[in-house]
Design a protein around this ligand. Structure first.
Ligand SMILES: C[S@@+](CC[C@H](N)C(=O)[O-])C[C@H]1O[C@@H](n2cnc3c(N)ncnc32)[C@H](O)[C@@H]1O
Length: 235
């Protein structure tokens, strides 16, 4: 099998591992991914009747979390991988939520939506995979309504030297081995490790959000700083 390495091809890796993605996610995050998704839901704007766009929605776990909020009316999920979207659709249908969640195949850098369409946009562990990060953030800003909010979950490196050293050991040595075993894919989880170490986080990422036009930009560390939740508003 030829293995895509360029970010523009990263969705193909997700196509290849889609059937095992949820299991691997639970194992590699020790179940913490549930807490991280909950943190997104709790940071949504406080008004009712929200329509939310979830980018890089994958198998729709974030979309399914968001719709649990009484403030959310509808969620649209978008992802480049047909395989991930197909699994997501099965999950949405099995929960009887097809009227409230719709899933579409598409590119987060070129959103097929009119300006000012959504009250909130979420993206969980997706922005790292997008080749043109700034283009994607600008698109998010464009399709947000005024008073809208974007919420982005992404991996980071902890500030504490000891926690950081332990986490880097996990990322470089443990995670690729477990990922390879569970996915049956030679490089999918090596790629994960490389992208986490290279991707801007903390103030470097909030600077990109500001460059894309977001205001009141902030972030908070989750799980000792191995993940950050970024927030930016469109005024
Ligand atoms: C690590 S998964 C995250 C899935 C889900 N958000 C979650 O938290 O479980 C990353 C997803 O980004 C998608 N992706 C990669 N490049 C993309 C792009 N340019 N536009 C939309 N989705 C993309 C992949 O297909 C994959 O489903």
């Amino acid at each position: 099998m030829s293995l895509p390495h360029a970010k523009s091809e990263s969705y193909r890796i997700f196509d290849a591992i889609a059937g095992r993605y949820d299991l691997i996610n639970s194992v590699l995050s020790f179940g913490l991914h549930r807490l991280w998704r909950r943190a997104i839901r709790r940071s949504l704007p406080s008004r009712p009747g929200l329509t939310v766009l979830d980018l890089a929605t994958g198998t729709a776990d974030v979309a399914l979390e968001l719709i649990r909020s009484p403030r959310v009316d509808r969620v649209t999920g978008l992802d480049m991988s047909q395989g991930m979207i197909a699994l997501g659709r099965d999950k949405v249908q099995a929960r009887g939520l097809s009227q409230k969640i719709s899933l579409e195949v598409g590119d987060a850098q070129r959103l097929p939506y009119a300006a000012a369409s959504f009250d909130a946009i979420t993206m969980s562990f997706g922005i790292r995979n997008v080749p043109d990060v700034l283009a994607c953030l600008k698109e998010m800003h464009r399709v947000l309504k005024p008073n809208g909010r974007t919420l982005i979950l992404e991996f980071a490196l902890p500030q504490s030297r000891i926690v950081r050293a332990g986490h880097l050991f996990y990322l470089r040595h443990v995670l690729p081995a477990i990922g390879r075993m569970l996915s049956g894919h030679a490089t999918a989880y090596t790629y994960l490790n490389q992208t986490i170490e290279e991707f801007p986080y903390g103030q470097d990422f909030t600077a990109l959000l500001q460059k894309a036009g977001f205001e009141k930009v902030q972030f908070k560390n989750l799980s000792f700083g191995i993940v950050n939740l970024y927030r930016g508003d469109k005024l």
